[in-house]
Design a protein around this ligand. Structure first.
Ligand code: SF4
Length: 257
């Protein structure tokens, strides 16, 4: 589904990444790599939580999270960031803003249950084309609502309206609808481990259907495209192939790096 957004923003960038599978000209920025290591730690903790009774807090799996964190720090060459990463992960697990936000503290209900971590949600466009997306965490709330959680290691917070209209979350929601057929509703959540805090919104069926249609339209356009015309714009600043794209390089030089 990120391929749809990539194609819509710049067909040439899509061609570089998804058709030619070109190695990136520029390294991934350190801030993204920091997000990767925090993700790895949270993933390990929630995987352990899936095998534990639902009332065991996720912070009980801090050791598993820190072990995964150390592996990821070494893989990303970010050992110098260990203290900050440990602090973010420890507080994120202790506060557990995801489950805390979903719970009515006056009701005597069990906690939401993790039912998927790095969960692959799949769909089919036609005989040849499939849709696949990975959700960081899937929770089943006691009322049967399925909650799709995206860990966002960023300083920017989305508003509920932004979440409601978010293409990727709506597409995830559509795929989750097909996967969890008994769900009483689909909720999308951005979890911000650096807060820690979270923002949630209930997705609506029409918006989820629109997201799926958008993927189908993009797939049709890609199948008929032989030019993959570049569309220089703001995204060129962070495009990993900008050094080998004359139009993108010219745009950045004209508009200031
Ligand atoms: S640099 Fe800009 S125009 Fe070139 S491929 Fe990347 S996004 Fe597209």
């Amino acid at each position: 589904m990120s391929s749809t957004r990539e194609y819509e923003a710049c067909p040439r960038r899509y061609r570089f990444g998804y058709v030619e599978k070109r190695p990136k000209d520029r390294p991934v920025p350190p801030s993204w790599r920091f997000g990767t290591v925090v993700h790895a730690a949270l993933e390990a903790a929630w995987k352990a939580a899936m095998d534990a009774p639902v009332d065991v807090p996720v912070s009980a799996h801090l050791d598993a999270a820190l072990a995964a964190l150390d592996v990821a720090l070494a893989a990303e060459g970010l050992e110098d960031e260990r203290a900050r990463a440990v602090d973010v992960v420890t507080r994120a697990l202790e506060v557990d803003a995801v489950r805390d936000g979903a719970v009515d503290h006056d009701a005597d209900l069990p906690l939401p249950r993790p039912v998927g971590v790095e969960e692959a949600l799949r769909g089919r466009i036609d005989q040849e084309h499939r849709i696949i997306g990975f959700v960081d965490l899937v929770l089943e709330r006691p009322d049967g609502v399925i909650e799709l959680v995206d860990h966002k290691v960023t300083s920017r917070r989305a508003t509920p309206d932004e979440l409601h209209d978010d293409f990727q979350l709506n597409l995830y929601g559509r795929l989750a609808r097909a996967r969890f057929r008994d769900a009483t509703g689909i909720v999308a959540t951005h979890h911000y481990p650096t807060g820690p805090e979270s923002v949630s919104v209930r997705l609506d069926e029409a918006e989820m259907a629109r997201a799926e249609q958008r993927v189908r339209d993009a797939a049709r356009a890609i199948a008929q495209d032989s030019e993959f015309t570049p569309v220089p714009a703001e995204g060129c600043r962070h495009c990993p192939w900008q050094p080998s794209c004359p139009e993108g390089t010219a745009w950045v030089e004209t508009h200031g790096a």
